[in-house]
Design a protein around this ligand. Structure first.
Ligand code: SAH
Ligand code: SF4
Length: 355
């Protein structure tokens, strides 16, 4: 019988498999807080139980295949899964450590970790490399959570350091909702990584029916919508999924989505030169978001080999942002982190495979 990835289990599930159930808490602490790599290192677990665990389970579903470090501090990982397929994750230091004049620490470096939810993607957006390479398979919940664990370990990030998670790597998280929802629960366990759902953002290309389902689960996660266009014709061209779920259906689903009083739904808007970078689009976007607690994130399109689209002019992106801000819509511009490595999703994988 082949071994099972122990990271696939919530603490409650482990507690029903391994008796007495308090062992599940101990196991969680060894794995997610003390970062051990083998069952033998779990000192307070009796030897006979360790042997049973060793026979039936394994701890590390990922291997680091390639690491690329960018000059801005972000680090991109290509991980190999047990079946040899590869996925990408990125560590993004968002705010540098701050120390007061008297030497007291104001806050540690704040990290965001961008993770994948599938190998490839079925949605096939025309601007996205992951979409172009097609779909291979869903990631298991353990393969999803392991990306964060591996990156914390590899960078010696202390277990109690706050990290944010964004499901913005490869894949469409809402097309793998069962495993993603389980990963959210595993991430948030106080005996494990202890990452509150309010620090986890699920980004979707807009599967309206699944957005409703996710909302009904009431996990407390944040929602990001990859909108990218304000009229259905252009959106269909960029994202074929818009034929099944048009803009109106997405907006309706977002309006029903439970949002924490202090939080907002993020709308990602990939700015592409001469396609959606004009003020007319900004105007439509303001109208579209009327009545929604929204925040817009403008992303510079990042060109890659074989793409027909172009990076927008900085002045046009700034004018777009300015229009939104003047009309009461919160709007940020995503820093071009990792641009000198292989920024947007799928690009490191693509380069490795061409070597
Ligand atoms: N499938 C989900 C989550 C992963 S995609 C979604 O689409 O929301 C993560 C983000 O990468 C998306 O917002 C997508 O628009 C962005 N992206 C894809 N290709 C890009 C490119 N060439 N340049 C910049 N951003 C890109
Ligand atoms: Fe899939 Fe997101 Fe890429 Fe579209 S942008 S192909 S949904 S990963």
């Amino acid at each position: 019988m082949s071994k099972i990835n122990i990271l696939n289990y919530t603490k409650e599930e482990l507690g029903s498999i391994i008796k007495p159930s308090f062992r599940a808490k101990q196991l969680y602490e060894w794995i997610y807080k003390k970062y051990v790599n083998s069952f033998d290192d779990m000192k307070n677990i009796p030897k006979d139980l360790r042997e049973i665990l060793k026979e039936n389970y394994y701890l590390c579903p990922l291997k680091i295949s390639t690491i690329e470090q960018s000059s801005d501090g972000s680090i991109k990982y290509l991980f190999a899964l047990n079946d040899g397929k590869t996925i990408e994750s990125v560590l993004l230091p968002m705010k540098k450590e701050e120390v007061a004049d008297d030497g007291k620490l104001i806050h540690h470096t704040r990290y965001t970790i961008c993770i994948s939810s599938q190998v490839g993607c079925k949605i096939g957006c025309s601007f996205c490399l992951t979409g172009k390479s097609g779909f291979l398979r869903n990631l298991t919940s353990g393969e999803i959570t392991s990306q964060v664990l591996m990156i914390k370990k590899d960078n010696n990030i202390a277990e109690n350091r706050r990290v944010n998670i964004v499901f913005m790597g490869m894949g469409e998280p809402l097309d793998n909702l069962d495993n993603v929802q389980k990963a959210v629960k595993i991430f948030s366990d106080p005996f494990g990584l202890s990452i509150s759902p309010r620090r986890q953002t699920i980004s979707t290309s807009g599967l309206s029916a699944q957005i409703k389902k996710l909302g009904n689960m009431n996990l407390g996660v944040l929602l990001a919508i990859s909108l990218h266009a304000v009229d259905d014709k252009l959106r269909e061209q960029l994202m074929p999924i818009n034929k099944a779920y048009n803009i109106e259906s997405i907006i309706d689903a977002v309006k029903e989505f439970p949002v924490d009083a202090r939080k907002r739904v993020m709308f990602e808007y990939l700015v592409i030169k001469n396609l959606n970078d004009d003020i007319k689009s900004a105007k439509k976007l303001v109208k579209l978001l009327h009545g929604i607690k929204a925040k817009v994130n403008l992303i510079f399109f990042n060109p890659h080999d074989g793409s027909n689209y172009q990076r927008p002019e900085i002045k046009d992106v700034l004018a777009f942002q300015d229009y939104l801000l003047k009309h009461g819509v919160l709007c940020t511009i995503r820093e071009s982190k990792g641009l000198d490595i292989s920024a947007a999703c799928g690009q490191l994988k693509d380069r490795q495979e061409k070597k």
